[in-house]
Ligand binder design. Structure first.
Ligand SMILES: [Zn+2]
Ligand SMILES: [Zn+2]
Length: 147
């Protein structure tokens, strides 16, 4: 890939960069994401661990479960990153060019999808407990490796 993927928070105190294409881009409709981001769903742009780095500032983290933590900017409050053991996912709205990326993975947390939030694509839909990444993260957490 010739151009890096760049992004950051609203107040610009935090900036990140990825040199590889996202592993996947998926939409989560679970209640935790709804609460964490204050909206009906969250679109995750996921990278394998190590492919995304912060070039300016660093997020403050909230450990939202045994297997995940959520990073945000402590100055402006922008949600920026979601971490599992094996991946780092940024939120699509924090990219500098969100228009160039669209979901290609799946819809997660479908059990909590808000009925009027209509899905307009044919990507697979999973309940949280059936999400392969969630299953893998839970397996690693049981072995004692936390994110
Ligand atoms: Zn900020
Ligand atoms: Zn979620």
């Amino acid at each position: 890939m010739e151009k890096p993927i760049l992004g950051g928070c609203l107040c610009k105190k935090i900036r990140y960069k990825a040199m590889v294409k996202p592993k996947w881009i998926s939409v989560c409709h679970c209640r935790m994401c709804q609460r964490a981001y204050g909206t009906t769903s969250a679109t995750f742009v996921a990278f394998d661990k190590g492919n995304l780095r912060f070039t300016k500032g660093s997020p403050t983290y909230y450990q939202s479960s045994d297997i995940a933590k959520r990073g945000f900017c402590s100055a402006c409050g922008s949600p920026i990153i979601f971490n599992y053991q094996s991946l780092d996912a940024v939120f699509i709205g924090t990219l500098d060019d969100p228009e160039n990326w669209k979901p290609n993975g799946c819809h997660l947390g479908i059990e909590s999808k808000i009925p009027w939030d209509i899905i307009h694509d044919n990507l697979p839909q999973y309940r949280t407990e059936d999400d392969p990444e969630f299953i893998e993260a839970s397996r690693l957490a049981k072995q004692g490796t936390k994110p």
